[in-house]
Design a protein around this ligand. Structure first.
Ligand code: UDX
Length: 469
C-alpha cells in the first residue's frame, strides 16, 4: 500500500468526491472505496449527511470529510422508525438534493489546479445527487452497493410491472422463472412489502433517468467470478463502463492493510470473539439480520425457541429496534426483552449481543454457518470467509441475493418461508451438522478461494478511467 501511495504521489492532482446515503450498508462500502482511491494517489473528499455522519477520526487522515448539513425535522420519513425503506430513500433524496449541490458547488469553486475535481462517485440510489452533479457539469460515477443482479432486477421493474409481476402477485405465479432475469423466480424479485407499486416504479424511473442523463460509469462492489453474466447484461443494457471492484474489503487484505472500521449503530461487542475462541471449529451459528431489518414479536420468539430447540451453540445479534410493535421493549436504546425462560434454557450455549464485529466474527474458526437476511455486504462477507448461509431475506435486494446464495452458488438454504420453531430447529441442524450443510460448506470454501483470487485490475481500470475524465 505504501508503494502504491508513493507511486501515486505524482498523480495527486485529481480529486474524487464521494457521497453516500446514510445507511450502514451504503456508507461502509463507500468509505472503503474512498480509502482505496486515496491509496492509489487520488485526493479524496467525502461529502456526508449529518444523519449517521462518519467519524473522521476513525478513517485515514488523508481523507477530507465535509458535512452537507441536510435538514430533517423530527417525524421525517427518513428518520421515522415507522417508514419503510422506500419512504426513507425518497425522503433522503429530497432532503439531500439542495445541500449536496451547494456543498459540491463550493468545492468546485475552491478547487485549485493542484487537485481539480475529476468526478463525483455518488450512491447509485441517490438520483437527486447524480442529477445535481450532472447539472454542475461534473462527471458522475454511480456506486451500487448492491449486486449486479439486483441492479438488473431494479432496471427491469417497469417492464415487470407491465407484465403483471408487481405486487400483489397471484400465488400460482410465484414460482415462475422471470424471463431475462434467470435464475430469479417471481418470488425472488425485489419487493418492499406494503409499499405502493407506483412509488416503487417512480423511484426506479428517477434512478434510471438520472443514470441516463448524468452518469459516465457504474462502480459495483461485486466480482466477475460470481456475477459475470449479470455484469455483461448490465454493460449491454446501460451502454456504460461498469467496474466490478469488489469485494472491497478483500482488496485491503491483499494490500496488507486493515479495511476501515465498519460504521454501525452501536459499538461492536468484542466479548463475543473470546467466547467464540473457546468453542470448537465450525460449532457456532452466527445470527444477524443486518442494520435495518425488523421482525414482529412472534417471529422473534419463534427464532429464539428454534435456536434453543436446535441444540446448536449460537451468537445472535439482537439490536435495539430489531423487534417492532407490541413486545418491542420500553427503550429505544435497549434490545427487546428475550422470551421468558429463554436464557435459563440456553445457558452458555448462546451469546447475545447488541452489535457484533461481524467481519471478525465470520473469520473465526468456530463459525459453522451464518443465519442472514442476505444484505449484500453480509452476503459478500460470508462468501469471502467461506461460511455457508441460512437465508431469511426481509426486503428489497435481499430476495435476489438469497436466490443466488441458495440456487446459483449453492452455498446456503432457506430457513423457511414461515419462521416457526420446529422448522427453524430442523434447518439449523441441517446447515450445521447435516450432509447438505457439509456440501454447502465445501462449495462455500471454493467460492472463498475465487473471492480471494479476485484481482485489483478492475480498481486499476477505475482509477485510469477517473484520470481520463
Ligand atoms: C442494507 C440493505 O438491507 C441491503 O439489502 C443492501 O444490500 C445494503 O443496504 P443492511 O441491511 O445493513 O444493508 O445489510 P448489509 O448489506 O448486510 O450490511 C450490514 C453491515 O453491517 C455489514 O457490513 C456487516 O458486517 C455489518 N454488521 C452487521 C456488523 O458489523 N455488526 C453486526 O452486528 C451486524
Amino acid at each position: 500500500q505504501e508503494q502504491q501511495l508513493n507511486n501515486g504521489a505524482h498523480r495527486r492532482r485529481r480529486r474524487v468526491v464521494l457521497f453516500s446515503l446514510p445507511f450502514q450498508g451504503h456508507l461502509n462500502p463507500t468509505l472503503k472505496l474512498a480509502a482505496l482511491l486515496h491509496a492509489r494517489g487520488l485526493a479524496v473528499t467525502v461529502l456526508h449527511t449529518d444523519l449517521n455522519a462518519p467519524d473522521p477520526a476513525r478513517h485515514h487522515p488523508g481523507l477530507a470529510f465535509v458535512p452537507i448539513h441536510e435538514t430533517l425535522l423530527p417525524g421525517d420519513p427518513a428518520v421515522s422508525p415507522d417508514s419503510d425503506i422506500l419512504a426513507k430513500l425518497l425522503a433522503l433524496n429530497a432532503a439531500s438534493a439542495a445541500p449536496f449541490r451547494d456543498a459540491l458547488a463550493s468545492l468546485l469553486l475552491r478547487g485549485g489546479h493542484d487537485d481539480a475535481v475529476a468526478c463525483v462517485v455518488v450512491d447509485g440510489q441517490c438520483y437527486a445527487a447524480m442529477r445535481a452533479a450532472g447539472e454542475l457539469g461534473v462527471p458522475v460515477l454511480a456506486l451500487r452497493t448492491d449486486s449486479a443482479a439486483a441492479l438488473g432486477n431494479m432496471l427491469a421493474i417497469p417492464r415487470l410491472r407491465d407484465a403483471g409481476y408487481c405486487l400483489p402477485i397471484k400465488e400460482e405465479k410465484l414460482d415462475e422463472p422471470v424471463r431475462g432475469l434467470e435464475p430469479l423466480r417471481v418470488r425472488d424479485l425485489i419487493r418492499v412489502d406494503g409499499c405502493d407499486a407506483d412509488d416503487l416504479c417512480g423511484f426506479v424511473a428517477s434512478v434510471a433517468g438520472a443514470v441516463e442523463a448524468s452518469v459516465s460509469g457504474i462502480v459495483l462492489n461485486t466480482f466477475d467470478a460470481i456475477e459475470a453474466p449479470e455484469l455483461a447484461a448490465l454493460r449491454r443494457e446501460l451502454s456504460l463502463p461498469a467496474f466490478a471492484v469488489g469485494p472491497l474489503h478483500m482488496l485491503f487484505r491483499r494490500a496488507g492493510a486493515p479495511p476501515p472500521p465498519e460504521q454501525g449503530p452501536h459499538a461492536p461487542d468484542g466479548t463475543c470473539l473470546a467466547w467464540l475462541d473457546a468453542r470448537p471449529p465450525r460449532s457456532v451459528l452466527y445470527v444477524s439480520l443486518g442494520s435495518l431489518a425488523t421482525v414482529g414479536r412472534s417471529v422473534f420468539e419463534e427464532m429464539a425457541w428454534g435456536l434453543a430447540r436446535s441444540g446448536v451453540p449460537f451468537l445472535w445479534v439482537v439490536r435495539p429496534g430489531f423487534v417492532t410493535g407490541a413486545g418491542a421493549g420500553d427503550s429505544e436504546d435497549a434490545p427487546p426483552p428475550l422470551p421468558k425462560g429463554f436464557e435459563e434454557e440456553i445457558k452458555d450455549r448462546g451469546k447475545i449481543v447488541k452489535w457484533a464485529p461481524q467481519r471478525e466474527v465470520l473469520a473465526r474458526t468456530a463459525i459453522g454457518a451464518f443465519w442472514t437476511h442476505c444484505g449484500w455486504n453480509s452476503t459478500l462477507e460470508s462468501v469471502c470467509e467461506g461460511v455457508p448461509m441460512l437465508v431469511q431475506p426481509c426486503f428489497g435486494d435481499q430476495m435476489v441475493n438469497a436466490r443466488y446464495v441458495t440456487h446459483e452458488w449453492g452455498v446456503g438454504m432457506e430457513v423457511g418461508e414461515v419462521i416457526q420453531r420446529e422448522r427453524v430447529a430442523v434447518a439449523v441442524k441441517k446447515v450445521m451438522v447435516g450432509e447438505d450443510g457439509a456440501q454447502m460448506r465445501e462449495r462455500a470454501r471454493r467460492l472463498q478461494m475465487q473471492a480471494s483470487d479476485a484481482t485489483s485490475s478492475a480498481m486499476d481500470g477505475l482509477v485510469q478511467y477517473i484520470m481520463s475524465l
